[in-house]
Design a protein around this ligand. Structure first.
Ligand SMILES: Cc1ncc(COP(=O)(O)O)c(C=O)c1O
Ligand SMILES: N[C@@H](CCOP(=O)(O)O)C(=O)O
Length: 471
């Protein structure tokens, strides 16, 4: 399977090269040249199968033999053996036709583990095979960073540098990144927002000399393999509810658009998904875009769902590429406008295509809190603020189509955001035993200015020191 860039000016790559490349050299994002499709019979056959079997069947055609099936299968088995639930991503019912897909049973208690545990193994495999090292840079609003640190800590072939917005992640999220005692892990607290961190990471990929000198690789959802791995749980959830015979909708708390795009990918591969609901917090750029056709960046508002405090939604570019009939020139135009005027306007046809498959709703801070309160009061089920965005948006979808089951993605364990959960429910969610002493562990991080040059200098010096190379 070959992969093309959404901007059409980067080399076409196979799966393993796209995995290591992260961002394409023209600033675009890699996507498969065509979508493989699974037959109805194959999808039907997923019923009752373990998560790992479905993962092998879904990811096999995407990896397309570039990594032998036996090695890929072993990596999938290893990745999901780290999860604390036998079903890996279990489904729970919380209302009439409303289900919650629990994606937080991995090592760092967020949905990012589902892809990251596999990504770590895939990258390690490819780097070892090629006998090369890589420097991973990633931007996080809290969860990608902690999942990446867990997945990559101690690996011989990589140094990992995670940029997070100083003071804008929860204590649990920060400590998951800063208390890991491994020389290849570096937590960088940047004096800026998540968007600043993400722009800097993309800037480093677009700085060709730096990129080549350090062999940069990425773990954000700009990396196609992240999105691919997340497509699997759409299949397991839908099939558990009767797919492919019965349509199912999904409601997804959304920031960088990676998770919901994975649902769209599952649909391209043959899964009959009725609607994909984009749920945003008060940072509602995607909800406004679907309403008005105009993507306009405004200032980021801190919320109780900090992982979704995002304005520049990276993976929306992959959807734009499809909505414009895979025309890279159109994507280049939109992205240039975004850089110049912090906005772009979709043409009517592209907007109509997006609206045919997606709906969107913004959930305010008070609504997010009352969703946590009411869900707990009526069902005894405790959800975190991000999940509350998903369930609240899911209820809106059910009002339109009550007969079609809605699966709301639960993207984080409530113990990652204990303050907001306690305020809304009166419950203090406990960390699982493997993290019980997290708050007592000592931290190691470096505060850096919101300045790409300063961050590059730090990364270069630290990577050389770790590798024992003279500066
Ligand atoms: C807990 C949580 N929920 C939802 C999201 C949004 O996911 P995405 O960025 O893939 O849209 C994130 C961050 O990405 C997250 O960490
Ligand atoms: N919410 C994310 C932001 C980065 O998203 P990614 O999916 O592109 O890695 C986080 O928790 O870091």
């Amino acid at each position: 399977m070959l992969h093309v860039s959404t901007r059409g000016e980067a080399p076409v790559l196979g799966f393993a090269d796209a995995l290591l490349a992260g961002l394409a050299r023209d600033g675009g994002l890699y996507v498969p040249k065509s979508w493989p499709s699974l037959t109805r019979e194959t999808i039907q056959g997923f019923a009752g199968k373990p998560y790992t079997s479905v993962a092998k069947a879904v990811l096999g055609p995407l990896v397309d033999g570039e990594i032998p099936d036996s090695a890929l299968g072993a990596m999938i088995d290893g990745a999901y053996a780290t999860f604390r639930h036998a079903a890996v991503c279990p489904l729970t019912q919380i209302g009439d036709n409303l289900f919650v897909l629990e994606l937080f049973h991995g090592p760092t208690l967020a949905f990012k583990d589902v892809a990251m545990q596999l990504l770590g193994r895939l990258m390690d495999h490819v780097l070892k095979e090629r006998g090369v090292r890589a420097t991973i840079v990633g931007a996080t609003s809290g969860d990608t960073g902690s999942a990446a640190v867990d997945a990559f800590k101690g690996l011989d072939q990589v140094d990992i540098f995670i940029l997070y917005p100083h003071g804008r992640v929860s204590d649990v999220q920060r400590r998951q990144m800063t208390t890991v005692d491994s020389p290849n892990v570096h937590a960088l607290a940047v004096e800026g927002t998540f968007d600043d961190c993400q722009t800097m990471v993309k800037g480093m990929f677009n700085h060709a000399r730096f990129r080549d000198e350090l062999q940069l690789s990425g773990v954000n959802s700009i990396n196609w393999a992240r999105v691919a791995a997340q497509a699997v749980y759409y299949f397991t959830a839908a099939v558990a509810l009767g797919s492919p015979h019965r349509p199912v909708s999904f409601s997804v708390p959304t920031g960088n658009f990676g998770d919901i795009l994975a649902g769209w990918v599952a649909k391209q591969m043959g899964l009959p998904i009725e609607r994909l609901m984009i749920g945003t917090n008060a940072n509602d750029i995607l909800a406004r875009t679907l309403q008005t056709g105009s993507y306009e960046i405004r200032g980021v508002q801190p919320t109780d769902a900090p992982s979704m405090d995002i304005q520049i939604s990276s993976n929306f570019e992959r959807l734009l590429f499809e909505a414009y009939g895979r025309d890279p020139a159109a994507v280049r135009r939109l992205m240039a406008s975004l850089v110049q005027s912090r906005s772009f306007t979709l043409d009517e046809e592209a907007l109509a295509r997006i609206r045919r498959e997606f709906a969107a709703t913004a959930v305010s801070e008070p609504d997010m809190a009352s969703e946590m309160t009411e869900t707990y009061r009526t069902t005894g089920y405790v959800i975190d603020p991000h999940t509350a965005v998903g369930t609240r948006a899911g209820r809106a979808l059910l009002k339109e189509q009550p007969e079609i089951p809605v699966v709301a993605l639960s993207t984080a364990h409530p113990a990652k955001f204990p303050d907001a959960v306690r305020r809304a429910t009166g419950i203090h969610p406990e960390l699982p035993p493997h993290m019980a002493d997290l708050m007592a562990r000592s931290e190691r991080f470096t505060v850096l200015p919101n300045d790409q040059k300063a961050v590059e200098t730090f990364i270069r010096e630290r990577a050389r020191a770790v590798r024992g190379v003279a500066a």
